[in-house]
Design a binder for this molecule. Structure first.
Ligand code: DP6
Length: 338
């Protein structure tokens, strides 16, 4: 590693999918069945520092004040192995990572986590990867991480090649494309910790849900509609299609054997309240979505934000409602923080 940097830091934010990645056609390469589309969020972030150190006899992973073992440690080590293979060396690493939000709670910490790890580890290994190559690398850690490298509105193209070279994310619209659009994140009490990785759960859906084939046919149509709504800043169309997609995702989860249910009663109350608010106005003023977790993201406009936020915050079981917006992509931290 002579002459190369051996330590680096990188920051990345979680993203929320408007069109979900759910189903893998190649598990080794992490190639999805369908393309997906997401918004990278501001305010929330993961910071990760990686130091390749010849004195280490094994990789070490520190997350906040904990030292994860088992699956989470294995995932980091396997990811570092990919980076070492690309960089052609075998040195072990110390990885230090911190989230400014709750880990594994449905706020997509694996997306920001592996995006930040991909950035920090590749820089520390002296690899100079293009944004596309970095996105392909992050995908190997966590599918949705390939989108978190970019800011604003991002599309992950599923691609068709068996080797995955055409499977990566790219930015569609920058963070400030739609200044009036906000995401109210309803944080629910007692959200269960995620115990099964999404990449494992989604394969149960592929194998057992009778609704999955229909969903796969609908997704490209929905992606085109959402892209059109974003381009035109058409709020009603965006909210409508976002909810339709979320309902389709929930349906394939609920028809999976064994059933996948990520919501708690308070999450369902948020969905019902958004539907009620839309019905009262006779047009969608907000659109809900959720990932494989219990918290619910409600997209709305700054005009409706204050009233709707108050309404959601008063629901039983809702702990608080964060206000976030489309945010920046991943970036280098340029310093080692001990
Ligand atoms: C429902 O990319 O988090 O959030 O590879 O197990 O980390 P792992 O899967 P992950 O799956 C994301 C599933 C989703 C939808 C999405 O973000 O597109």
């Amino acid at each position: 590693m002579t002459g190369r940097p051996s330590e680096a830091g990188y920051e990345a934010a979680p993203n929320i999918a408007l069109v979900k990645y759910w189903g893998v056609r190649d598990e080794d390469l992490g190639l999805p069945y369908n393309s997906s589309l997401s918004v990278t969020l501001n305010h929330l972030r993961t910071r990760t520092w990686v130091k390749f150190d010849p004195k280490l006899t094994e990789d070490k992973f520190v997350l906040g004040r904990t030292e994860p073992t088992g699956g989470p440690l294995r995932a980091v080590v396997e990811f570092l192995d990919e980076v070492r293979a690309l960089a052609r060396f075998e040195t072990h690493a110390l990885v230090r990572s911190e989230n400014n939000f709750q880990t594994a709670s449905g706020l997509a910490s694996s997306a920001s986590g592996f995006a930040a790890l991909a950035g920090a580890a590749s820089l520390a290994a002296g690899l100079r990867l293009s944004p596309t190559a970095l996105s392909r690398l992050a995908r190997l850690g966590s599918g949705s991480a390939c989108r978190s490298l970019f800011g604003g509105f991002v599309e992950w193209r599923a691609g068709t090649r068996a080797d995955g070279r055409d499977c990566y994310a790219r930015p569609l619209f920058p963070p400030r494309h739609w200044p009036g659009l906000v995401d109210l994140v309803a944080i629910v009490k007692d959200a269960p910790e995620k115990t099964v990785r999404s990449s494992v759960a989604m394969q149960l859906t592929v194998a057992t849900s009778p609704e999955y084939a229909r969903r796969l046919k609908e997704v490209p149509v929905r992606i085109r509609a959402i892209k059109r709504a974003l381009a035109a800043r058409d709020a009603a169309a965006l909210f409508d299609r976002t909810m339709e997609e979320c309902d389709s995702f929930r349906l394939v989860c609920e028809t999976t054997t064994p059933k996948l249910d990520y919501l708690v009663p308070a999450s369902r109350r948020v969905l019902t309240e958004v539907r009620a608010a839309n019905d009262e106005r006779g047009t969608p003023i907000a659109g809900y979505t959720h990932d494989a977790g219990a918290h619910v993201h409600v997209f709305t406009t700054t005009t409706e934000m204050v009233r709707l936020r108050r309404r959601l915050a008063s629901l039983p079981g809702v702990e608080k409602v964060l206000v976030v917006s489309p945010g920046p992509g991943g970036h280098d931290l340029r310093r080692w923080v001990h």
